[in-house]
Ligand binder design. Structure first.
Ligand code: SF4
Ligand code: SF4
Length: 95
């Protein structure tokens, strides 16, 4: 089937299915996050997995939305990054 190139990324994300793992597969080092100025993970992630709460001084990780693209591990060496357990995580399909 021909891909609709004009489709917005939000619409494409909406079509994905997830088989959520019970265990988080993305584990940032909280002590490093506290000192981190740029919080680059919150900028590069296409699925908005990371959000930083200034009041609580805590990085929230909505791992269930992860697309497993690997961008966050490229920009930050303080994230312990693994794939979800076999069969878990995002499910891509041809449409
Ligand atoms: S995960 Fe990395 S980039 Fe994100 S806040 Fe923590 S140290 Fe900064
Ligand atoms: S692997 Fe990609 S989608 Fe998953 S948290 Fe990192 S940047 Fe976001």
């Amino acid at each position: 089937m021909e891909e609709n190139m004009s489709e917005k990324i939000e619409d494409k994300l909406y079509k994905l299915k997830y088989n959520t793992d019970s265990k988080c597969h993305l584990n940032p080092d909280e002590s490093k996050c506290l000192q981190c100025i740029e919080k680059t993970c919150t900028i590069v992630c296409p699925a908005n997995v990371y959000s930083y709460n200034e009041n609580e001084k805590k990085l929230a990780v909505s791992y269930e939305k992860c697309l497993e693209c690997g961008a966050c591990k490229v920009v930050c060496k303080h994230i312990q990054w693994t794939y979800p357990k076999s069969g878990k995580g995002v499910v891509y399909k041809k449409s």
